[in-house]
Design a protein around this ligand. Structure first.
Ligand code: CP
Ligand code: NVA
Length: 306
């Protein structure tokens, strides 16, 4: 049984290659109207204790396109919201569905669900990581750049859950990654160390800096995310001040390669982490990136549940 909770721990080099291949295959089949019912008759429980547009819609539609069904369970609907334990929830769901996708605050709750249950668990975002996003991002870069190995991605802004999974994923894919964040907001050392470990095999180069211009120099991909993640709303005013020099704007794009692409996991806040001219401009691929959540998530589902 395969879980998809942590990109470093759960995605082998072979898994990554396979999932990218079947994402592309299933994307082509979807566009051509060819059925691909690899999970016929299977059910996925989707637990959300945080909001979502892309993750919810892509997993729900993805299960339908794979011939299965998905159940949307928000905090208000299931008994977790009223204090039922992860242990009991894991055991109950294991008897009724074939897999669980969960978006929640504590990363350890997702690990516990996998530990106590008997079915695959997919991490749809925790405070610490966002691994499903990272696979869709690699797929998007591969489509736009024709490959992954040797390319350079520069991440600018808050060293958050998205950054952690990007570090893990780029290192697995053989991409160079440089991250620029204010000193107290860099991505955790654990993720940098994991990336350095995989980089020994894949040949990636990892750079952690506080200087956005150093990070973006010669980059093929410029990536940013919100300065205020879900759960940090009370810090919004101070974060706007702390991150003001980490905005992706045309000046920063100017130090990247001329044909660099701009990526953002969305939701985006124009005028804060990115200017309107960049996110709505010709180098932006954010809507391809969002669409690819559907195709990448189907690959994750097939890899875990087939
Ligand atoms: N990027 C992403 O995970 O979007 P949602 O929060 O809308 O799912
Ligand atoms: N870092 C953001 C990502 C949203 C998809 C958050 O956690 O809110």
């Amino acid at each position: 049984m395969k879980h998809y909770i942590d990109f470093h721990e759960d995605v082998s080099f072979e898994d990554l290659k396979y999932m990218l291949e079947i994402s592309e295959e299933m994307k082509a089949k979807t566009k051509a109207g060819i059925k691909h019912h690899y999970l016929e008759g299977k059910s996925l429980a989707m637990i959300f204790t945080k909001s979502s547009t892309r993750t919810r819609v892509s997993f729900e539609v993805g299960m339908y396109q794979l011939g299965g069904q998905a159940l949307f369970l928000s905090n208000n609907d299931i008994q977790i919201g009223r204090g039922e334990t992860i242990y009991d929830t894991a055991n109950v769901l294991s008897g009724m569905v074939d897999g669980i996708m969960i978006r929640t605050f504590k990363h350890s709750d997702i690990e516990d669900l996998a530990k106590y249950g008997k079915i695959p668990v997919i991490n749809g975002l925790s405070d610490d990581q966002h691994p499903t996003q990272a696979l869709a991002d690699l797929l998007t870069i591969k489509e736009h750049k024709g490959g992954l190995k040797g390319l350079k991605l520069a991440y600018v802004g808050d060293g958050n859950n998205v950054t952690a999974s990007l570090l893990q994923a780029c290192a697995k894919a053989g991409m160079d990654i440089s991250c620029a964040s204010p000193a107290d907001y860099t991505c955790g050392k654990k993720y940098v160390d994991q990336a350095l470990e995989d980089a020994k095999v894949s040949g990636s180069k990892i750079l952690m800096t506080t200087d956005p211009f150093e990070a973006c120099d010669g980059a093929d991909v410029i990536y940013t995310d919100t300065w205020t993640s879900m759960g940090q709303e009370s810090e919004k005013a101070s974060r706007v001040e702390i991150f003001k020099n980490y905005q992706v704007n045309s000046k920063l794009m100017g130090v990247a390669h001329k044909d660099a692409i701009f990526m953002h996991c969305l939701p985006a806040y124009r005028g804060y982490e990115v200017t309107e001219d960049v996110i709505d401009g010709p180098q932006s691929v954010v809507f391809d990136e969002a669409e690819n959540r559907l195709h990448a998530h189907k690959a994750i589902l097939v890899n875990c549940m087939k």
